[in-house]
Design a binder for this molecule. Structure first.
Ligand code: GRF
Length: 196
């Protein structure tokens, strides 16, 4: 079985990366992480290191501009024949040439039921402040329109009256760790790129 080659972009804790790595340990899982790119030093890089996955840091300060940084990331991903790019807690906006290069092959995990609370890094806090009784997480295709690309799948999470941002985030992330590997599995079984 040839497995879908996945590149993961990270900036933070890396729990979604970990969920994908864990899924890939099953030889019957149809995808595996082959490269990890980070825009800053972060615990996610350590997860990649422990798993023996190629990883590289792409700090903006090392490049002329964002496009140059994204070009360098694209080169690493292409050198590893990456077929699907997963933004898993990646906190920089991808430049248009990168998105064109991997058109229909980039997905993102967002901690809300999009289109609710789009375009923000504070989607969990915003859901809590808005007083909604339900939120969740979404995996969607990345397009130029931040957080507004076609939705692939969502999971719902009830907001409890005593929730804090931390407790709510924890339950949303637990759902992300189920959702993301499931979506990647589904994409491995269908032709890519997805037309967007
Ligand atoms: C996730 O909650 C994701 O929805 C958001 O950033 C968080 C990343 O967490 N985009 P982690 O780095 O995967 O633990």
């Amino acid at each position: 079985m040839s497995r879908l080659r996945v590149g993961v972009l990270v900036s933070g804790r890396g729990s979604n990366l970990e969920a994908l790595v864990r899924a890939g340990k099953d030889p019957l899982y149809p995808a595996r992480v082959v490269a990890v790119c980070a825009n800053r030093e972060c615990p996610a890089l350590e997860i990649a290191k422990k798993a023996g996955i190629t990883r590289q840091l792409f700090p903006l300060s090392k490049y002329a501009d964002r496009e140059a940084r994204d070009r360098a990331m694209a080169q690493l991903l292409q050198a590893h024949d990456v077929e699907l790019v997963v933004c898993a807690g990646y906190d920089a906006i991808l430049e248009k040439p990168f998105i064109r290069r991997f058109k229909g092959r980039i997905i993102n995990v967002h901690p809300s039921l999009l289109p609710e609370f789009a375009g923000t890094m504070d989607a969990v806090a915003m859901a809590l402040e808005a007083g909604v009784t339900e939120t969740g997480c979404t995996v969607h295709i990345v397009t130029d329109d931040v957080d507004r690309g076609p939705i692939l799948a969502q999971r719902r999470v009830e907001v409890r009256p005593d929730d804090t941002v931390e407790s709510l985030r924890e339950r949303i992330q637990a759902e992300e760790h189920v959702l993301l590997p499931a979506v990647v599995k589904r994409l491995a079984g269908q032709p890519l790129p997805i037309s967007v």
